[in-house]
Design a binder for this molecule. Sequence first.
Ligand code: DP6
Length: 346
Amino acid sequence: MSTMVRATAPSNIAFVKYWGKRDAARQWPANDSISMTLSSARTVTTATPRPDQMNDTLFMNERSVDLTGKSGSKAHAQLARLRAAVAQTTGGATPSLSLSTKNTFPASCGIASSASGLMALTLAALGAWTGASTVEALGRAGFGRARLRELARLGSGSACRSLDGGYVRWYAGSSPGEQSASPLHDAAHWPLADVIVVLSSGEKAVGSTEGHAAAWTSPLFGPRLAGLDRRLSAVTKALAERDLERLGDELEAEALEMHAVMMSATPGVNYFAERTAPFLAWVREERAKGRLPAWFTLDAGPNPHLIAKAQDAADVASRVRARWGDDTHMIIDRAGTGAELELASP
Ligand code: DP6
């Protein structure tokens, strides 16, 4: 039985970063990571079985994506992986799919779309093929939550942290097969905001997949890994105790450490834009003066994410505007709930 379904998956922002893989083919990360699931930054993907079509088709933000070309390669590989998983699990038919996907956030705004995108694609395709129209029903069809995280992770590592809401840890384990991810707290435990400041919306010069591979060449990568157990414990404790100062200091050190690894790798990658470093310095100065209750983190891009208490988000955004210009593009998001699957009508 096949069905038209809609999956909605959130993006996430890492507090302790996934950067570097021990095994790229099996998507085994160098270290555990911890992220906050976002609320409004989501990918919505609809899948319709089309037995009459020869091949899968994908529309992204209303534009056709060539699944055999570079821009469609992650989705194409993921669909092949999911077909094999269905063949192995239920033996059911996996007809061609007509897929349509939209991000609720603008492209190149500093929110990674691969985490939400690969999780949404995984849920939508499996739902369409198995006839399951909820995440629970997927579980009954042989695709429980651990399996969903694993399949999404094989498409893009950070996607395994996008099934659950709140604060999620991805455990590397001691072998590729022993990995897991699970929520540490739900969003209600601590409603933090993420004020994303779009300093530059240009395309990234180097994608994160290539960056992961270069991490091992950085002389700073070994020392980073050696210090991560302490950082993971400190972040876990700060989350449990809702201690923003403690969390914030770890967040900033962590983001700068990852970027130092990126810059000192061979080939080195500098994701900073012209205003990134001055902006980060300004955040620290303002906070020291008691005027900005926010701490920064960065992903593989130039745009700072300011983490603050939800009630302070509007004030943080207005202080950013006062210093960096009224036209500064910002996205104000917060900790949110996990991915969902539902029936869709044509
Ligand atoms: C900097 O998950 O995009 O955002 O597994 O190669 O698809 P692939 O990489 P990806 O890497 C994310 C890197 C990061 C940090 C993080 O989200 O933990």
